[in-house]
Write a protein that binds this ligand. Structure first.
Ligand SMILES: *Cc1c(COP(=O)(O)O)cnc(C)c1O
Length: 718
């Protein structure tokens, strides 16, 4: 079915009308040269639109478009970029087809509750979403046949505003769907397609939208439509409702409604990839469809298992989604008979040892024939999960399969840094970006002159700090913020100072305030007269997480205090855009969750490929990433006494003995050579191995063909 652009773009001159197609394909989000086509129309407008091309085309005065349409230089670049875009979209063959030539009708349906693609689409809360977004972008690049399903969250996760006393408020911002890179999916009558989630009473309906991620369509469900009762309208307003019943309704819409969308669109797919347990009802629905065609439950389940992969991202039992049995009865009372099951057998699908609730991870594990953890350490931690749902506790010693997460290189590598890499990579390998998971290639990084790498890094650091100050300046002009808040939000930051970044969700296990464990010691470190240090924080606490908000408030209050000398900054409303500036621009990326709670973590990878050095506890991906010379590791397995005190001490010791001296050991030319050496080591050791390219390659080799074979397609064995 056709998509419809929601708006009239007749003011865009014919000569450059391809900009409209380009704006509606997130291809631009990982091709900086495509973004410059919009940026060059008018830089001021581009900033005001927060780098959103659709909004840009809507608000820009037509004379700027007309001017561009007659500017030869602009047109020349426009033609080249449109050619590249159309070639990308039009090419029928790529990596996947080389690997698996018998590819007819093979499609993987990817289900996720969140997607982090660009900040103009606020459909993410954190790492899980960016992993999904990066997965889609990489599958697009590699020609992996995929279709994705998720939610159109009209109010996003939360928009953060910090009060004067440091408490996080959530301000309500409703997404302007007409100014975002999404299109309505059309039905046969020409209106917007709407699906009805079957078997639930009162019925839930959802409108269908589409985001085009390169070659991959992502379909989004939106329940905020008139046909729905007020209770149903809010199902898709926010990510991860803290109301259990609403959360269950979300997951029903995602799993069962999501499948319905694909069915009504006529999309055929042979296998399902679940990103975390939230969409696991999609697998039940696969069983139901088969049972209604006459198969037994057991047979149907075996087919579904053979064609499903489940990626789990949560290390701790408390992190898994569970629903009380009473709620399951209420919503699935009409449904489980259609699976050919009685109540007891149905509830057993979500049973986990020692817990009466219905557990979505347990369901996903029971219904998927393939499952993986997202780092080696996570696999060890999670192995207990497997026996928790096996009554005979067999196979408890078998670790999960592992596919360590990776990040999409072209999304997270700063364009200016990329230009620098080009200067040494291109002469040896002109298409190095297409081979970027090859570690040998990255040895060429050593040939970049120290001065150039340092100057590029320093330029990015200045850019980060300028941006923080500029945002603050505007807020001050508009609201006359207090001087304490100006300081707390970064007015005093100085690019010459060693800068630590800490930005992620403010879940308590991430211990954002750990570095303040010994206040006197951290104060001495930050305010040292000769070798000062500054820290930039950003992150949001879940709206229902008061403990997370208290941690945030504590940090914000320190940032307001003159004794810390303006060396602490808290940047409001962390999102994709802020993340880009931070992972490109700080010197050190700090990560100190409580082990073993971090399944993987990806922000450190984004930092590392830009030459930002990781200072991380031995948890998640870092034990795999650390090689002794590309950053710093700390955290004993079982420290004596107070874990927080021991970990904080380890951070102070590393800062005082290694990190600060190395950073401030610049030669006569102002370049800290030891530091730059470590930056190179970080880039070349991490970029190829922790790339989404390596990750998607592993999913493809380990699971996708096996699932497709189980689905009955003739896939040759590798
Ligand atoms: C990458 C990213 C995350 C995930 O970071 P972790 O290190 O896994 O916590 C969260 N938020 C944003 C905006 C990101 O870009």
């Amino acid at each position: 079915m056709d998509q419809i652009h929601t708006l009239n773009f007749s003011h865009v001159p014919d000569r450059i009308s391809g900009l409209v197609d380009l704006a509606y394909n997130l291809w631009w989000s990982w091709h900086p040269e495509a973004r410059t086509l919009f940026k060059e129309l008018n830089r001021q407008a581009w900033r005001e639109c927060l780098h959103n091309p659709v909004k840009m085309l809507r608000i820009i005065p037509p004379e700027y478009l007309e001017r561009a349409a007659t500017n030869e230089q602009y047109l020349h670049r426009y033609d080249i970029i449109m050619y590249l875009f159309r070639r990308y979209m039009g090419s029928a063959n790529g990596w996947f087809h080389e690997q698996y030539p018998a590819r007819e009708h093979l499609t993987i349906a990817y289900f996720s509750a969140e997607y982090g693609l660009h900040h103009s689409l606020p459909f993410y809360a954190g790492g899980l979403g960016f992993l999904a977004g990066d997965h889609l972008k990489e599958c697009s690049d590699l020609h992996v046949p995929m279709v994705a399903v998720g939610f159109m969250y009209s109010e996003g996760y939360l928009h953060q505003d910090i009060r004067n006393d440091g408490w996080q408020d959530a301000i309500r911002v409703t997404l302007d769907r007409d100014a975002a890179p999404v299109t309505r999916v059309k039905n046969t009558a020409g209106g917007q397609m709407v699906v009805r989630v079957p078997f639930f009473d009162p019925p839930i309906t959802a409108a269908v939208w589409k985001v085009q991620v390169g070659r991959i369509p992502l379909y989004l469900l939106d329940t905020d439509i008139e046909e729905n009762s007020p209770q149903n309208r809010t199902i898709s307003s926010h990510l991860y409702s803290s109301d259990r019943e609403e959360r269950l309704r979300q997951e029903i819409v995602l799993g069962i409604g999501g499948r319905k969308v694909l069915q009504e669109l006529g999309v055929e797919y042979s296998a399902i990839h679940l990103n975390e347990g939230h969409p696991a009802f999609a697998l039940l629905e696969g069983v139901r469809e088969r049972v209604e065609k006459g198969m037994s439950f057991t047979e149907a389940r075996e087919q579904v298992r053979g064609t499903s992969v489940f990626t789990t991202h949560t290390s701790v039992p408390a992190g898994h989604d569970v629903f009380p049995v009473a709620l399951m009865d209420k919503y699935f009372g009409q449904y489980y008979p259609r699976l050919g099951l009685d109540r007891e057998a149905f509830l057993a699908l979500g049973a986990m040892r020692d817990n009466a609730d219905f557990n979505m991870t347990a369901l996903a594990l029971r219904m998927s024939g393939f499952y993986n953890a997202v780092s080696r350490r996570h696999a060890e931690v999670t192995r207990g999960m497997l026996c928790d749902f096996r009554p005979d506790r067999s196979n408890c010693e078998i670790p999960f399969d592992v596919i360590t997460n990776g990040v999409h290189l072209c999304t997270w590598l700063n364009p200016r840094m990329r230009l620098l890499f080009n200067t040494t990579m291109n002469p040896a390998c002109p298409h190095w970006e297409q081979e970027h998971d090859n570690p040998e290639l990255w040895e060429l990084i050593d040939e970049i002159p120290d001065r150039e790498l340092w100057e590029t890094h320093f330029w990015l650091k200045a850019k980060l700090i300028n941006r923080i100050r500029e945002v603050k300046r505007r807020k001050w002009a508009a609201w006359q913020d207090t001087s304490e808040n100006l300081v707390a939000e970064g007015l005093m930051l100085n690019p010459a100072v060693l800068t630590i970044g800490f930005a992620r969700r403010f879940s308590t296990y991430k211990r954002a305030d750990l570095i303040f464990h010994d206040l006197e010691r951290i104060k001495r470190i930050l305010t040292n007269r000769w070798r000062p240090v500054q820290i930039i924080f950003a992150g949001k606490a879940h709206p229902a997480d008061d403990e997370g908000k208290r941690i945030l408030q504590k940090i914000y209050r320190f940032a307001q205090q003159p004794e810390f000398g303006g060396r602490i900054a808290f940047v409001e409303d962390y999102g994709e855009q802020t993340a880009q500036y931070l992972v490109h621009g700080v010197d050190v990326w700090l990560n100190n969750p409580l082990p073993p709670m971090e399944a993987c973590g990806t922000s450190g990878m984004k930092a590392a490929i830009n030459g930002v050095l990781n200072l991380s506890i031995a948890d998640g991906w870092w034990p795999e990433g650390y090689n002794g010379k590309n950053g710093w590791i700390f955290g004993e397995e079982t420290p004596d006494g107070d874990r927080d005190a021991a970990d904080a001490r380890a951070i102070y010791d590393l800062l005082e003995k290694e990190i600060i001296p190395l950073y401030y050991a610049a030669g006569m030319d102002g370049i800290p050579c030891g530091w730059v050496q470590m930056m190179k080591e970080s880039i070349k050791s991490i970029a190829p191995r922790f790339s989404a390219r390596r990750m998607v390659g592993e999913y493809v080799h380990n699971y996708y063909p096996a699932m497709l074979r189980n689905a009955g397609y003739p896939v040759p064995p590798q």
